[in-house]
Design a protein around this ligand. Structure first.
Ligand SMILES: [Zn+2]
Length: 301
């Protein structure tokens, strides 16, 4: 336990990714397990099982990324998206079980931390990360520190009275409802029938299909509206767009997003506004969970 590695767990709605992460973000020994959805106890046991499986005695801390919001004062996971976790204190459970420092963070915040430290945002002091997957998450780095608040960046309104948001969110016209893998699935079904999905939409766009290109460009413009507003609040040096859908459809989203974001951002942020694709791909959440583990080890908040 020399402090050079931690055990990282990226808890997702369908799978748990775990690995040993070094301070440079390098990941080794990745293991994957299906996330149980049967009960809270089963999910917690699955997390503990992933940690145990990697625990060769060298890891000095544990970091966990979770798909939900934490109570900032207590660190308790309030509620997870699509998982039976309510009011769970993973710090306490894992700390007691494994007897070492534990860091727990929202998965979007963890991904932002990873891209900032070892990905597309290296060397910046302020960035906003948007993770476009089935839903939309994200995180914010301000003045060289990860903002540890909720950062529900996917639930900003970009279309008043627009389509309903996903899951338990009762809002309308949120970014997640109109520019995400979920939204792309819906657009694909409208264009190409009930069996089409976001993958088909992106494939058709790559093949030069006009309606597919236009549907993705519209999502890009809505993304740009959200980014313009975020720039007007935070004035970040960099906006990083990642996530599975963001990576797959980036070629069709980012130019449109830049155009609208520049229009909406106030001067002089409009001119220096920089939107880039994420670098860490699907491992951003896992790397970020590891870096959260190092923060717990170092007593950093
Ligand atoms: Zn929403």
């Amino acid at each position: 336990m020399d402090g050079s590695r931690v055990i990282a767990v990226d808890l997702g709605g369908t799978k748990i990714l775990a690995g040993l992460v070094g301070r440079d973000g390098r990941v080794e020994g990745i293991v994957e397990a299906v996330t149980p959805t049967s009960s809270e106890r089963d999910v917690v046991e699955a997390i503990c099982g992933a940690v145990s499986g990697l625990d060769d005695g060298t890891a000095a801390a544990i970091g966990v990324g979770v798909p939900g919001n934490l109570d900032r004062r207590t660190g308790v996971l309030l509620r997870a998206t699509n998982l039976p976790l309510d009011d769970v204190d993973l710090h306490a459970v894992l700390g007691k079980r494994f007897g070492r420092p534990v860091g727990v963070e929202n998965d979007g915040n963890a991904a932002a931390l990873a891209e900032w430290r070892v990905g597309a945002g290296r060397g910046t002091h302020d960035l906003v990360m948007l993770v476009l997957g089935t839903g939309v998450g994200g995180g914010i780095v301000l003045d060289g520190r990860l903002y540890r608040g909720w950062a529900e960046l996917g639930h900003v309104v970009v279309e008043l009275d627009g389509p309903p948001c996903q899951g338990s969110c009762h809002g309308r016209g949120h970014l997640e409802g109109v520019a995400s893998g979920h939204a792309a699935d819906g657009a694909a079904r409208v264009l190409y029938g009930p069996d089409a999905d976001a993958h088909a939409l992106v494939s058709r766009a790559r093949a030069g299909d006009g309606p597919a290109v236009q549907a993705l460009a519209r999502m890009g413009r809505l993304l740009g509206a959200a980014i313009g507003s975020l720039v007007n609040i935070f004035d970040p040096e960099l906006i990083v767009v990642g996530g599975g859908f963001g990576a797959a459809a980036g070629d069709f989203l980012l130019d449109a997003a830049r155009e609208v974001a520049r229009r909406e951002a106030v001067q002089p942020a409009d001119e220096r506004l920089t939107i880039v694709a994420a670098e860490l791909g699907a491992s951003a959440g896992l790397v970020g969970a590891g870096l959260v583990g190092f923060q717990a080890l170092d007593g950093e908040r």
